[in-house]
Write a protein that binds this ligand. Sequence first.
Ligand code: HEC
Length: 273
Amino acid sequence: MKLFTTLGTAVLGLAMLAGGAAAEGQRDAKNISFSFEGPFGHFDKAQLQRGYKVYKQVCSNCHSMRFVAFRNLADPGGPGFTEEEVKALAATFQVQDGPGSDGQMFERPGLPSDHFPSPFPNEEAAKNANGGALPPDLSLITKARAGWYGTINQFLFGIGGPQYVYSVLTGYEDKPADVSIPEGKYYNPYFASGPAIGMPPHGTLADGAVEFDDGSPNTINDMARDVSAFLAWTAEPKMEERKSTGFAVMIYLAILAGLLYLVKKKIWSDVPH
Ligand code: HEC
């Protein structure tokens, strides 16, 4: 009994710690659901492919993803592009290489083994182009940011990173009269370091901006949802493997527990009480 009380207290303590992480005044992320939530959730390949397209056409104008290599897009459990497709899409990016024989760095089309580059040569240039705000690398953003702070939600669905990205993209509003926002910034109550954000409204997404081959809807909200799912995958590319291994381990442990119980009963059966 004492063990349970201790465990219970520990869990409660952890939950409260997680609960205290909210920045002051930051609004909780919008509670939208994704196919990959819960212990049996899977990434939706078609959605990841659409999310990639949104990243490529819109977000990659400002944000890098330096922990993701182009070839990862063909890995199992991901968007499921073919090797040929990966070669072609890598070549649409320019990456820096060198120095060449003349001692100078040069640009060349990307190869599958390259990582998603930054569109800017360095951080200063990136800030300069964005009114002083640095567009962060997006590879791990859905792990780096917690989206909501409800204890039960976090236990069941994770920390809400994709919901956070979705909420930032769709959360631009007219600023309340009592809040002042510096010139060149926008009001976004969902932004972790907000409410003033240096990213232009909706990360420059506009209704219909990206056309999907499968004819999927492409309002700002739809594209924000797809790119958030894609960024959940970039932050945890082995999620499906982890979940199926976890499930196999649970079954194994359940069978083992049953066997141990039977063995214990058998061994102790002739001991007089
Ligand atoms: C025109 C440049 C630009 C584009 C295009 C753009 N962003 Fe941003 N983004 C920024 C800048 C600059 C910041 C940093 C804002 C700040 O610090 O005030 C930012 C911040 C963010 C943040 C918040 C990061 C944090 O620290 O919590 C997210 C999430 C984000 N962008 C996602 C996206 C996604 C997804 C897209 C594509 C749909 C996108 N952005 C397109 C410039 C851009």
